[in-house]
Design a binder for this molecule. Structure first.
Ligand code: NAP
Length: 344
């Protein structure tokens, strides 16, 4: 039996990845409805050998939908997710709208799949930088509980959406043509091409950014560790796809790099690429378009006896967004949590 699926934000970067991931993983789709804003109504997008017309999202979009995948920003999620849930759909939401709501599970299937069971119609997909970090850290945490995390991110422009990718492309072309004076940043406050911006999203009263604070709060919620100390610095870099993260983790006991490699080699969703002398370590260009969280440069942190350092890279549009959401839906299918009782 297949499911009636709707994608809200189907024309966006994450929306396009939803279409590819559903098709590539042979998700049991009975029917697929595509929604976006009025700007895209009437556009046709390919799926499984057909072309599906995009419609404007409205209150009636969710009648007869089993699973609604949202990736159109937090305002749209706040407005339409409760409507979709009331209409009987299970919403899997990619925005930040409900992530810290205590009634809403925040799920990474490799880490806390059991939380899906407590949903009340809406399940939140975590922030992209958080997902890849917890997939890499949770297997170590199970062996030796984590005492502290310090992370610095190197985040791709696709994390800001398609406009940011266009901006990087245009600025790079202007710089290569020697037309630097024509650069007029719109998406970011400064030039992103050949640069690094030491913030992601907006600043909070405490001088951290919203992205840094999401990494702290969401990691604690997903790992069920409400007090674990975490400090993040999030940086935007001129990479199209895939976020990199330098992660320092303090465990409960000393762990050798080899033990960490052995644990991570067996961990679900993780691929260890760690032979630096052969120039083998995770690269954003290799991770782009793939499903795994890549981990390399694993070594002892010489500043702390129980410390480890590693470099973690994953495709922010796939594992950081669309893939993780579809994996949540797959768990629900496998565990029969999308029961026929939700179907009208
Ligand atoms: N990019 C990432 O790495 C990433 C990772 C995790 C989560 N997310 C989240 O996913 C969401 C989308 O990100 P994205 O990168 O795909 O952005 P994007 O490429 O800019 O796409 C935005 C999508 O939202 C739709 N939309 C905008 N206004 C709308 C409205 N009023 N009603 C219905 N749909 C509307 C757009 O439709 P039109 O084409 O009609 O404008 C488009 O389909 C955001 O919440 C983002 O935080 C993104």
């Amino acid at each position: 039996m297949g499911f009636r699926v709707a994608i809200v934000g189907a024309t966006g970067l994450v929306g396009g990845e939803f279409l590819r991931v559903l098709e590539q993983r042979h998700f049991p789709v009975d029917s697929l409805r595509l929604y976006a804003s009025d700007r895209s109504a009437g556009r046709r997008l390919p799926f499984a050998g057909e072309e599906i017309e995009v419609a404007e999202t409205d209150e009636s979009s969710f009648e007869g939908v089993d699973i609604a995948l949202f990736s159109a920003g937090a305002d749209i999620s706040r407005r339409f997710s409760p409507i979709a849930a009331r209409a009987g759909a299970v919403v899997i939401d990619n925005s930040a709208a409900f992530r810290m709501d205590p009634q809403v599970p925040l799920v990474v299937p490799e880490v806390n799949p059991e939380d899906i069971r407590s949903h009340q119609g809406i399940i939140a997909n975590p922030n992209c930088s958080t997902i890849q970090m917890v997939v890499a850290l949770n297997p170590l945490h199970r062996v030796s509980p984590i005492k502290r995390i310090v992370v610095s991110t190197y985040q791709a422009v696709s994390g800001t959406g398609s406009n940011a990718m266009d901006e990087l492309r245009q600025q790079t072309a202007l710089l290569m043509d020697g037309k630097e004076e024509q650069i007029a940043p719109k998406v970011y406050p400064h030039q992103i091409a050949f640069n690094a911006l030491p913030f992601v999203e907006g600043f909070l009263e405490n001088d951290y950014t919203t992205e840094e604070w999401k990494m702290l709060q969401e990691t604690r919620k997903i790992m069920h560790e409400p007090n674990v100390p975490i400090c993040a610095t999030c940086v935007r870099v001129p990479v199209y796809i895939s976020h990199g993260e330098a992660v320092n983790v303090e465990l409960s006991r000393p762990m050798s790099a080899q033990e960490a490699r052995d644990i991570l080699s067996k961990a679900p969703g993780v691929k260890v690429l760690d032979d630096p002398r052969a120039n083998l370590y995770p690269l954003p260009i290799w991770a782009a378009g793939t499903d795994d969280v890549f981990v390399g440069r694993i070594r002892r942190d010489v500043s702390h006896p129980n410390g480890l350092v590693m470099w973690v890279v994953a495709d922010n549009l796939r594992k950081g967004a669309a893939l993780n959401a579809v994996q949540i839906a797959e768990v629900m299918v496998k565990e029969k949590l999308l029961s026929t009782s939700r179907r009208r």
